[in-house]
Design a protein around this ligand. Structure first.
Ligand code: ATP
Ligand code: MG
Length: 376
């Protein structure tokens, strides 16, 4: 849909902000531009809605050169969200969100009702509608910014470091919200950040840029982590890319052990029959099937098992839904070295050792490499 074709931006003082950049930005997914400060991310984003004009090259939208399209209609087809939201301080939340519909000539009632609908969509309580921006937290303001950009239902959203001014927990919430909105609305989103973790979390495709406005690599996040194009990309990804890559592998491939699990009301025979030589511990569950903790079989007395006597199991992972990274983390944090897998309802589905997880990781890597070869 959006195609950047060998675009260069030279500012009047001679600074080359973007240097022969070519990117094909796929429809209805999130493409992230990431790179160090000053590498040309904002300039690139602004060339897409013509707030900045390229010095050379062309950008096309659905095959049409954007330099031949009227700027106003082009910008209306592209919502724009910036850091700190950039809200109008003298307007209420609902009127901030209604800005573009009002510009488009909608009457007040219709624009406000659209605004209220969007507040709900971005997870803002309706009671905030009449407040002013300064009466909202940073995270709430950022949600208003997203709602305002979505107000006229543009097919494209341009987002320039929208979440970088909020703390990590709020930021995670905003990222999840964006992924959910994207799932529901299927917008084409170009998202700028200098945070590689955010890029990997959000992007279907990630463009890593380097100083001088040059593209270093354009790839899906799993591929960046497995095969960085050069040492710049490798350094930018950071030290633990092997572990991070595990978040792209499903835990579904793990073979769970179901034997060493007993309920809190287990009989002596059950305790004896469920103890195996491979697992030195038994996982005890409540009557609802939820894990309570670990115990050595010899410490369990039928009819007298109390949760307080059990060893904590750390945190479980959801089998099939969570990744191998979550499974490994669960095993590493478990005092027994075994991870607890649960189903969607939180009931124990099985247990799995660090060693089995290690084997699954090796298998996933081997398969990943094969896939990369097939694709490449
Ligand atoms: N109007 C301008 N005139 C001259 N140089 C500019 C102008 N705007 C940006 N630049 C320069 O262009 C380069 C790219 O800037 P840009 O804002 O696109 O970077 P960025 O990747 O968004 O950085 P950051 O992560 O800090 O936001 C920088 O060297 C910047 O100083
Ligand atoms: Mg910038």
């Amino acid at each position: 849909m959006i195609r950047i074709d060998s675009v260069t931006k030279r500012y009047p003082d001679g600074t080359v902000a973007v240097d022969r950049l070519s990117l094909e930005i796929p429809d209805r997914s999130i493409t992230v531009l990431v790179g160090p400060s000053g590498c040309g991310k904002t300039t690139t984003l602004r060339m897409i809605n013509r707030m900045v004009e390229p010095s050379e090259g062309a950008i096309t939208l659905d095959g049409v050169d954007i330099s031949r399209q009227p700027v106003n209609s082009l910008r209306r087809s592209m919502g724009y969200v910036i850091q700190n939201a950039g809200l109008f301080q003298h307007r209420t939340i609902v009127d901030n969100i209604a800005t573009v519909p009002r510009l488009l000539g909608w009457n007040k009632a219709r624009a406000r009702s659209r605004a209220r609908e969007l507040m709900e969509r971005v997870g803002l309580d309706g009671s905030l509608a009449k407040r002013y921006p300064y009466q909202l937290s940073g995270g709430q303001q950022q949600r208003v910014g997203v709602a305002r950009a979505l107000a006229a239902d543009p097919p494209v959203l341009l987002m320039d470091e929208p979440f970088s001014a909020v703390d990590p927990i709020v930021r995670k919430g905003l990222q999840e919200e964006l992924l959910r909105i994207q799932d529901e609305l299927g917008k084409t989103i170009v998202f700028v950040t200098h945070d590689i973790d955010e890029a990997i979390r959000l992007g279907s495709m990630v463009a890593v840029m380097r100083t001088g406005g040059r593209l270093a690599q354009f790839a899906p996040p799993a591929e960046l982590l497995s095969s960085p194009a050069d040492t710049f990309v490798e350094d930018f990804l950071g030290v633990d890319r092997g572990i991070r890559r595990l978040s792209f592998f499903t835990s579904e491939t793990l073979e769970l052990e179901k034997t060493p699990i007993v309920a809190v009301d287990a009989t002596a025979e059950q305790i004896a029959s469920r103890s195996t030589s491979e697992t030195p511990y038994l996982l005890v569950t409540g009557l609802d099937g939820r894990p309570l903790g670990w115990s050595e079989p010899g410490d369990l007395v039928a009819g007298d098992i109390t949760p307080e006597q059990l060893l904590s199991y750390g945190h479980p992972f959801e089998y099939g839904r969570d990744s191998l990274r979550a499974a490994l983390d669960a095993a590493v944090l478990s005092p027994t070295g075994w991870a607890v897998a649960v189903d969607g309802a939180g009931r124990a589905a099985g247990v799995v050792s660090q060693q089995t997880i290690g084997e699954a990781i090796r298998a996933a890597h081997a398969k990943g490499l094969t896939d990369a070869k097939v694709a490449g």
